[in-house]
Design a protein around this ligand. Sequence first.
Ligand code: PAF
Length: 281
Amino acid sequence: MKVAKSIAVLRAWRKSKSAPVVFVPTMGALHAGHAALIRSARKLAGSRGSVVVSIFVNPTQFGPKEDFASYLRPFRKDLSISRAAGADAVFAPSVEEMYSGDRSVAVEESRLSQSLCGRSRPGHFQGVCTVVAKLFLIVQPTHAVFGEKDWQQLAILRRMVRDLDFPVQMVGHATVREPDGLATSSRNAYLTPAERLLAPRIHAALQSAALKKSPAAIQASAKKSLSAIPGARLDYVEAVDALTLEPLRSRKSPGRLACAVFLGKARLIDNIALPPFHERI
Ligand code: PAF
């Protein structure tokens, strides 16, 4: 497996590869969810194609009071997880390699990024779009695999690819969960044992709310259950249209029930599908 720390080395490696080149962008601290994304990228690439994983904790997507400095960076472990899951190359640039000190250009999505996490994390999705656009230009993948746990991120990046004509096929991967339902996340490591026992109630709350008929009833039920988790602070829970992320008006079109909950030091996000009602019989 090639490990490239500079853009020049990654580009030279990429030149000798032919399609498909399947890309899995990450911020490292890899867990079972990332391993599943890499394995699915491997399947897509087949034996003739290549799989590239990037490991880069992107400072521009963290707010000033967020966990950029303390974000876990277990680089050796990340390399061995990437290798075992089938990566052919890991791109792990430094902040200085990725960003000039006097940078003045960014990529901004102006509609889908206004709601949900965008409301409580101003500037976050501009940081995500900018770094993913840069990574796409460096890696030049044919396909890119993203987890559906970050549903809003995936929807915004699909929009970026569409609006800016990136020749990249976006592939969503179903959220990988622990046996008790908790979505795998690097930030689960911040949970104390007591908080870890409570955390599966987030997914359970979404699942039981989704049984209600109207978007308003779904939202109310989820809000009640999430607010009842001891020590948890609800950031938001909303039923939204799966594509536009506008508030879901009815169960006629595909929706998503998404939430963010603070539990101790961790801000946990999760979401589940709200299939159109007629499909649920
Ligand atoms: O989902 C993530 O880990 C990050 O937001 C991404 C897409 C790697 C961009 O830094």
